[in-house]
Write a protein that binds this ligand. Structure first.
Ligand code: SAM
Length: 447
């Protein structure tokens, strides 16, 4: 997501850390020097498990109705904590805060995406993003069924732009499936896509699919587990409710079997070397999701005899950059009306909660389940070879009202200082020869 942020003034849903170190690739064991990035401030009190008091965050005041909805969700979360014996995992908390029907962030009535919401994504920024992806899909349709399945379609804007470009450029597409967790967003998608009969909403991921899978900023919206290195070793942080009178939600160590912790920590390279007090996230739900995607594509290949590919566009790092000693508070971040802050307990249901994607873990999950790793690169390294500037050139320069905003948005999508470098693209597939021109800036060796 792109954010005109406020930590002081600017909110990106991405966090960079200043470093110059060497990393190992899980695939090739190559080493490299990382680029230096500005440090993104983070609330140090998170490390002490005491989130900043809400009244110090100076965020815009929600309406009475929004406050009541958040209070209702908080009550449901407390009930869940009580039923679970006093503590729930952070992933369960995040799932409830984002997806509880009716009152959570994605399933409630908040605007969420765009200028009037809390954050902006690439498809919301520009039609050029979707029209470029339409041509990438076309180049894969020669080896797969001519179908797309999009996970987490937001407002439907990406589907709209892809389908419009397919129509304009006569790209034959048979069906455009959407799997969306949020009923509220699905209703918006139905309105946005009402003129495209190819669109079919599915309640669940199908068992088999051949075609092109797309997910833009979906992996970062999946619940994560929080883990902390203590003097006694790694432990998982859960969510409990403080005692009367305020019953604030707070983090506390969970009592897990050693095998549970070992499985979670396996995602972190050199976990033993990280310092005591280090807090970070691990992504068992996104890893499980990638395995299911792999099984779906492999079954699609078996059924149809045709290949399939999945494209994931999101902000994140390879594991050796994610789990740096310097990034000792993790990447968990919350977004409320284009402001970013680190307190996951601020007004549950009214703010987005997100964490960066560990692209090494995503790639490994897919490859171990039987997919081929086809491409890993930056968003700029993907969109430029994919022809995004050709899409811009279709707008006459003389039409300044259309051309200038489009070229400005293109700049945001590809500039290394905006989304071009912080956002990455991971492509995995079965029985697909990925087109050579799209491999121009492949950096799979860095995973
Ligand atoms: C940050 S929004 C991105 C929306 C859209 N892709 C865009 O780029 O504007 C995350 C989306 O993913 C959806 N989502 C999260 N987990 C999902 C899952 N497991 N399956 C389908 N959709 C999911 C959310 O409901 C929401 O629509």
């Amino acid at each position: 997501m792109l954010h005109t942020t406020c930590y002081g003034q600017h909110n990106n849903r991405h966090q960079e850390i200043q470093t110059s170190t060497k990393g190992k690739s899980a695939f090739t064991q190559n080493t490299k020097n990382l680029r230096a990035h500005p440090v993104f401030a983070y609330n140090a009190t998170m490390q002490k498990l005491k989130p900043t008091p809400h009244n110090q965050l100076q965020l815009p005041a929600p309406s009475d109705a929004a406050l009541a909805s958040s209070q209702h969700l908080r009550d449901l979360i407390r009930q869940d904590i009580n039923v679970a014996g006093g503590i729930i995992s952070f992933s369960r908390y995040m799932e409830m805060a984002l997806y509880t029907p009716g009152c959570a962030y994605y399933s409630g009535g908040a605007t969420k995406l765009g200028a009037d919401g809390d954050f902006t994504t690439a498809p919301e920024l520009s039609t050029l993003f979707g029209s470029t992806l339409a041509h990438v899909a076309q180049s894969l349709f020669q080896q797969s069924e001519p179908d797309i399945i999009e996970f987490g379609a937001g407002t439907g804007k990406l589907a709209f732009d892809i389908l419009s470009e397919c129509q304009n450029a006569q790209i034959p597409i048979r069906r455009y499936f959407i799997v969306e967790l949020s009923g509220e967003l699905r209703a918006r998608q139905e309105l946005c896509l009402k003129n495209f009969p190819q669109v079919v909403w599915l309640e669940h991921m199908p068992q088999a699919f051949s075609g092109v899978v797309i997910g833009n900023e979906v992996l970062d919206a999946m619940p994560v587990e929080l883990v902390m290195k203590t003097e006694q070793g790694w432990s998982r942080l859960g969510v409990c409710s403080a005692t009367e009178p305020d019953q604030t939600l707070t983090l506390a160590s969970m009592q897990d079997e050693a095998s549970v912790i070992a499985e979670l920590i396996a995602q972190i390279p050199d976990a033993d070397q990280l310092p005591t007090g280090y807090i970070t996230e691990v992504h068992p739900i996104a890893i499980g999701f990638m395995r299911s995607i792999a099984n779906m594509l492999l079954a699609g290949k078996q059924n149809s005899g045709k290949g399939g590919a999945c494209l994931w566009l999101d902000y994140g790092f390879p594991a050796h950059e994610y789990y740096l000693a310097q990034r000792d508070k993790g990447t968990l971040m919350c977004h409320y009306r284009h402001h970013a802050h680190p307190d996951p307990f601020y007004l549950p249901g009214l703010q987005d909660i997100t964490a960066h994607v560990d692209f090494t873990a995503m790639a490994l999950a897919g490859v171990q389940a039987g997919l081929d790793l086809l491409l890993y690169t930056s968003q700029a390294g993907f969109l430029l070879p994919a022809g995004i500037t050709t899409q811009l050139q279709k707008i006459p320069v003389e039409n300044t009202q259309a051309y200038l905003p489009a070229s400005n948005a293109l700049q945001k999508l590809i500039s290394p200082a905006e989304m071009g470098e912080l956002f990455k693209v991971l492509v995995l597939g079965v029985d697909i020869d990925f087109p050579d021109h799209l491999l121009a800036q492949d950096r799979s060796h860095r995973l």
